[in-house]
Design a protein around this ligand. Structure first.
Ligand code: ADP
Ligand code: MG
Ligand code: ZN
Length: 732
């Protein structure tokens, strides 16, 4: 009954037809009064997990959230959907906060966001017992762990909530939690026998791409110019480069801002606001930027420099495409960045761990197999297939054995006493008879002319690859002369082979262009209409003083621009339009669409009938001002979303539907199902609250009795198996 109510709340307020499967599970646990821990990637949909129960339940939900900007954003979104929400934090006067508290006591609010400082404060904490609290939600719960990257000491004091109100369910949510942090969250919040959920960390709508860190400014300006009016973030390592890159983009007439911790708070707030409201298109920022924003229509993220680990990288690219629409990411990789980062890490508290993490980051950047597999592998997820949405999948690199090439170059470098720059080195390799070469006697060295068979441009490319691989360095303080590294010496003495990627520059450039035609499902988005709808959205947002994505997500506008809803019923079927938004904006958008159809003469040449014919469910088609549409179907975006979540759906759920309620699946089977979903043993232990030995015990006995398939090489390296077999042979 309550879960049914949750479904109707989802539709009525948020305009979504279905839960992402784990959401429904999570919500039923919370509604049943149980404590819950949720791990979901950025943009996975954590908020719904407490917002829906908050609306369904009587009383008020208290949400603890670490950042003021984030709170404002969430409350704005909720108000826009007609939910009775407010926040209490230091951005408001004491009087305003008191007023809100009164409304809470009077039962006029369903959701109240509170900063951790305020909830612990003298004014607020005693008031809690006067409220009829339905649940506590602790967002960004990793902030509780001093091991994590974002420790907030106030969070540790939140333990008093469970102590004082043990019966009120608490849900803790985070996108980043390793083993230690997970345990910290439960212990420090004092959760009682919590239900635990880990969603897949895959974000299939983000494309992944890595390019060598050269001509970055040129590549970036081309990139931005090819994506007019698409919001994006460029992450830079230094404050100075945020300003430099921003200046370059501004020169090209692109609305750009920069953001770093060295700016005064008012400036930072202003830039952030401008970005959120689509008044500037691009923001160049250090990693200080981003945690506080839920802007859903960020279409791309570029890393100007290599991040220092994959956690940070994933968090940062995760800010793109929260609305589920296809979004792009680009990482520039250069060996120079590695050196610089190594310097930082050496000076830090835990250099060993830092170096290991940097190495994993490098492996990702150098990957020759599907990048998503490398990335997810880092988070202990092992997809069985290539993603089809990364540069490697699109354009597998063709590698060549570059050992001889490298040896020629490195040998020349050594014989020239590491005193020349790249241009002269190439001249010598190609046997140039230029005067300055012969004058210096460079034509007498053994490798003079050893690389005459390769054009100059190829040598440039391969030398840069060798530089990226750390075979030599450029001494900028000594006239940019090239110096061998230890690695380079190993190559020279034939102790180490070198792999190079065949030069394929023209192809690469092409691939970096945005996708030509945008689609929702298999139907093309009408770009001119999408543009008009965006303009209308911006007008409405500015008038109300709210960010455009609070009016409608990009995904919602894109659906309008494929389905041309022409009346309220059809509008209601667009994902992301709840009752309140329908009432507020429905007519204006319908009007805009009809006008567009009329002006462009598209009224009759609708592109829907074909898909209508295909629809076997016999949906009623309607004729509206000559424009035919079908109703009562779920939208393609949702279907895509469903397919994604279907993959992550615990098979446990499916099972439950078949098995009569009181019969639980046997414990081994539960373990097996989680294993099949790709969860690691470590994760299964956590979810099931069982010991590692027990889980291995389950898997072993399933393997032995042979009724289900388990790939033993998930657990065992071939080498280990060999050793075992040898031991058996030796000892019987
Ligand atoms: P996070 O996990 O990072 O907190 P959010 O809660 O901000 O993610 O959700 C990310 C996006 O997904 C939001 O735009 C939200 O509206 C959307 N979303 C969440 N649940 C659903 C759903 N069941 N159907 C469609 N969109 C959803
Ligand atoms: Mg969130
Ligand atoms: Zn891939």
């Amino acid at each position: 009954m309550t879960i049914k109510k949750a479904h109707s709340v989802l539709k009525q307020y948020f305009g979504y037809d279905s839960f992402r499967p784990q959401q429904e599970e999570i919500i039923s646990e919370v509604l049943s009064g149980r404590d819950t821990v949720v791990l979901m990637p950025t943009g996975g949909g954590k908020s719904i997990c407490y917002q829906v129960p908050a609306i369904v339940s009587d009383g008020i939900a208290i949400v603890v959230s670490p950042l003021i900007a984030l709170m404002q954003d969430q409350v704005e979104g909720l108000l826009g959907n007609g939910v009775r929400a407010a926040f209490i934090n230091s951005s408001q006067s004491g009087q305003e906060n008191t007023q809100i508290l009164h409304r809470a006591v009077d039962g006029e609010l369903d959701i109240l966001y509170v900063s951790p400082e305020k909830i612990l404060s003298q004014e607020f904490a005693p008031m809690l017992s006067q409220l009829d609290i339905s649940l506590f939600a602790v967002d960004e719960a990793h902030c509780i762990s001093s091991w994590g990257h974002d420790f907030r000491p106030e969070y540790t004091k939140l333990a008093f909530l469970k102590e004082k109100f043990p019966k009120i369910p608490m849900i803790a949510l985070t996108a980043t939690a390793d083993k230690v942090t997970r345990r910290d969250i439960e212990d420090k919040l004092g959760l009682i026998n919590p239900a635990r959920f880990i969603a897949s960390f895959d974000r299939p709508n983000l494309s992944l791409r890595v390019e060598p860190g050269r001509n970055r400014i040129k590549v970036i300006t081309d990139w931005v110019l090819a994506r007019p009016s698409q919001s994006g973030i460029i992450y830079c390592l230094s404050r100075k480069s945020t300003e430099q890159v921003a200046a370059k983009l501004k020169e090209k007439g692109i609305m750009t801002g920069f953001y770093h911790a060295g700016m005064g708070p008012p400036f930072r707030t202003k830039v952030q606001q401008d970005f959120i409201r689509d008044d500037i298109q691009v923001i160049c920022a250090t990693i200080a930027f981003g945690m506080g924003i839920d802007k859903s229509n960020i279409r791309w993220v570029i890393h100007y420099n290599l991040p220092k680990n994959l956690e940070g990288y994933y968090q940062e690219i995760g800010r793109a495409g929260r609305d589920g629409v296809e979004s792009e990411t680009l990482l520039f990789y250069s060996y120079g960045d590695v050196i610089q980062l190594q310097g930082f890490i050496e000076d830090s508290g835990q250099p060993e761990i830092g170096m290991q993490k940097l190495e994993r980051m490098q492996q990702y950047a150098n990957a020759k197999i599907c990048r998503r597999r490398v990335l997810l592998g880092y988070f202990s997820e092992y997809p069985q297939e290539d993603c089809g949405n990364c540069d490697i999948c699109h354009d597998p690199p063709e590698t060549i054995d570059g050992t001889i090439l490298a040896q020629k170059a490195l040998s020349a470098m050594a014989r020239l006493k590491e005193s020349v720059g790249m241009n002269i080195l190439i001249d010598v390799l190609r046997g140039s008879s230029r005067r300055d070469i012969t004058q210096m006697g460079y034509h007498k060295i053994k490798t003079y002319g050893a690389g005459a068979d390769l054009p100059r441009r190829d040598w440039q490319e391969y030398l840069l690859q060798m530089l990226d691989q750390g075979l030599f360095e450029i001494a900028y303080d000594q006239g940019s002369s090239l110096k061998l590294t230890d690695l380079g010496r190993e190559v020279l003495t034939a102790q180490r082979p070198v792999e190079l990627v065949r030069r394929t520059l023209p192809k690469k450039r092409q691939a970096a262009n945005p996708k030509k035609s945008d689609k929702v499902g298999d139907k093309p988005v009408d770009e001119p209409l999408f543009k008009r709808l965006k303009a209308l959205r911006k007008k409405i947002a500015d008038k109300k003083g709210i960010p455009p994505y609070i009016v409608f997500h990009d995904s919602t506008l894109k659906q309008m621009a494929t389905q041309f809803p022409a009346n309220q019923t059809q509008m209601r079927n667009i994902s992301g339009i709840g009752e309140r938004k329908l009432a507020l904006y429905g007519d204006r958008f319908i009007h805009e669409i009809l006008q567009f159809l009329q002006e462009t003469g598209k009224e009759d040449s609708s592109n829907t009938p074909e898909s209508e014919k295909k629809s076997s469910k016999g949906n009623r088609s309607q004729v509206v001002s000559g424009h035919r549409l079908r109703s009562g179907h779920s939208t393609m975006d949702e279907e895509k979303g469903k397919a994604f979540w279907e993959r992550n759906k615990p098979t446990e759920n499916k099972k439950r539907k078949k098995v009569p309620k009181e019969k639980k699946p046997p414990t081994q089977l539960l373990t097996y199902q989680l294993h099949k979903e790709g969860k690691s043993v470590d994760q299964i232990c956590w979810i099931r609250n069982l010991k590692e030995n027990t889980i291995y015990g389950h898997l072993i006995s399933i393997y032995l009795n042979g009724e289900k398939e388990i790939d033993i090489f998930n657990f065992l390296a071939v080498e280990e198996l060999k050793e075992i077999l040898e031991a058996i042979r030796d000892r019987g």
